[in-house]
Design a protein around this ligand. Sequence first.
Ligand code: AMP
Ligand code: ZN
Length: 114
Amino acid sequence: MSNCIFCKIVMGEIPGKKIYEDDEMLGFLDINPVAPVHFLVIPKKHINNIMEMETQDTVLLGRLFYKAQELAKQQGCEEKGGRFVINTKTDGGQTVEHLHIHFLGGRSLSWPPG
Ligand code: AMP
Ligand code: ZN
């Protein structure tokens, strides 16, 4: 999508601190981290949010989560874990309309969210 900030990172039109890339996904550091470890994993394919995923996206979503947990381990969070989050639409606090998995780690996180 031409007006999507994450599609622009995928295309290299705006910079991102990439930590992983392959044909179908990108991992990069969040520009405004809220935990010592905070990165995003996105599909290169534009999907607005998880409620708009289609049947053919199920394998892709599995691969995104598999890579997210690999990256979390690489970033030193294997022992203590962290949180894999997909904010969705208005009530979920989604601000970028391109499906993304957040990983937050490196500190203790409270529950439930505010
Ligand atoms: P959400 O609120 O779940 O839609 O999360 C969007 C996330 O994208 C926020 O945590 C932002 O800090 C992050 N973000 C926005 N623009 C950029 C960017 N150019 N590079 C990296 N992260 C970004
Ligand atoms: Zn996009």
